[in-house]
Design a protein around this ligand. Sequence first.
Ligand code: ZN
Length: 130
Amino acid sequence: MAEFIVRTKKKQEMVDITERVADLVKQSRVSDGICLVYVPHATAAVAINENADPNVCEDILEALANLIPEGRWRHDRIDNNAAAHIKATLLGPSQAVPVRGGRLRLGTWQSVMLVELDGPRERSVIVEVR
Ligand code: ZN
């Protein structure tokens, strides 16, 4: 198991972690298997989508904001970040990517993204390759 830290800079953002995950796959020497990317956080998530046009990430965050408005949830009375918890639950804390020939079998337009939903914070990313 490997782990690295991402320091996010905004309240909400998507950070491309594809290269860091790919390096860990290389180091694992696994040729054919599966790579699990997981964040041990309640207000962050892992998503796989396009980052070639960064507008895609902005659109995803805007769509989530429209779906899940801020400031109207029970948990807001405790630490005012219920929307971030709900978004993180919908996206999920992990993604699994097939490994083929020692490389992530991502599509041309796919990137692995850490989704920050209540930053800026220090986030851990755990990578398990088998
Ligand atoms: Zn909370």
